[in-house]
Design a protein around this ligand. Structure first.
Ligand code: UDP
Ligand code: MG
Length: 332
């Protein structure tokens, strides 16, 4: 019940719109973002806040964010204690955002702010979630497009949760959806899957994804691969089940083969010693066992991180935020 009360309270005092911006080493892209966001939001509505999460940047990003927050009290800054990754930064932003509608947006202008107006309209007409799907990913490198395509195909096949393709974190969420999201305790934050799992009344608008305004992509392939494994492992147990199926298939096949050998020996007598066949079968099954152990390991590792119960992110400092957030930084 207490939860309901805070929900109502935040609805009563919060602005209409919160933008949530994870920022990591974006010194060069930030000025463009600040300019464009002002141009777009100012004519649209006055009652908004912009929650910027500095995800352990090592360049002048924090200074630039502070300057911005000093000029405009609607700009809030949450400085994380180190780089936790975009997903964690996003979680932090959602925890600190107080708006009745919340829109996560990248600061490299790859999520066009112009769509926010359209999102707000659809939200006012009754939708809880407005997704922005990119109908054209030609601005992404070919390898990234290909791997993303495979990943969505695989997930569609093996997971019960329908993860919409070509939808990133750029979307509008009603406060109700954000509160639901905050109740999920998991640490492996595969946001695309989590968002899809939530449900709610959802609609989609589409856009062509522009190229990065400045700087370079911060999410390396290695990290995206980890994210993909996280996605598979936290949204399906199919990799575990596949071994039961395979085991059954293989053992029935080998039982048949055993019968064949027995009858052949009875009829023709014992044949030549089958060193090669024994060796291949041995290696094959050893390989299978190792793969299976690896997959068990992936799940156990996730259980381990969940059980440790560490926070998803740590806050060093905040600017323009009063103590309303779930994780309160130390007073100075
Ligand atoms: N980002 C972050 N932490 C990270 C990596 C990225 O907060 O560890 C932010 C980054 O500043 C940007 C957004 O996440 O605002 C998207 O990053 P990027 O453009 O590198 O990703 P892509 O567009 O390739 O998905
Ligand atoms: Mg980008």
């Amino acid at each position: 019940m207490a939860e309901h009360a805070t929900h109502e309270a935040s609805e009563a005092i919060g602005p209409v719109l919160s933008l949530v911006c994870p920022v990591y080493n974006e010194e060069s892209a930030l000025p463009h973002f600040i300019e464009r966001i002002g141009e777009v939001l100012d004519p649209l509505l006055a009652d908004f806040e912009i929650v910027c999460i500095n995800d352990g940047s090592r360049d002048g990003t924090l200074r630039a964010l502070r300057d911005w927050a000093a000029r405009d009290p609607r700009v809030k800054v949450v400085d994380l204690s180190r780089n936790f990754g975009k997903e964690a930064a996003l979680s932090a932003g959602l925890d600190f955002a107080t708006g009745r509608a919340v829109v996560p947006i990248d600061v490299d202008l790859q999520d066009p702010p112009e769509l926010i107006g359209q999102m707000l309209e659809l939200w006012r007409s009754g939708y809880d979630v407005v997704l922005a799907a990119r109908h054209d990913r030609s601005s992404d490198p070919r390898l990234k497009r290909a791997t993303a395509g495979w990943f969505y195909k695989l997930m569609a096949r093996i997971s019960d949760t329908d993860i919409p393709e070509n939808v990133g974190d750029f979307r509008l969420m009603d406060r109700q959806v954000v509160e639901a999201l905050k109740r999920l305790p998991e640490r492996a934050r595969f946001m695309k899957g989590i968002f899809a799992w939530l449900g709610f009344r959802t609609t989609t608008i589409s856009f062509a994804r522009p190229v990065r305004s400045a700087g370079e992509a911060k999410q390396r392939y290695g990290r995206l691969a980890r994210l993909a494994i996280d996605g598979v492992v936290s949204f399906t147990t199919f990799p575990l089940r596949i071994w039961t199926l395979l085991g059954v298939a293989l053992s029935s096949a080998s039982a048949l083969y055993m019968l064949v050998i027995i009858f052949r020996t009875l009829i023709y007598g014992s044949g030549a010693p089958g060193y090669a066949s024994i060796m291949t079968v041995l290696l094959f099954f050893n390989g299978m066992i190792m793969i299976n152990l690896g997959i068990l390991g992936e799940y156990i590792a996730r259980i381990f991180t969940e059980v440790k119960g560490r926070p998803v992110y740590l806050v060093r400092e905040t600017v323009n935020i009063e103590g309303s957030a779930s994780i309160r930084p130390r007073e100075r």
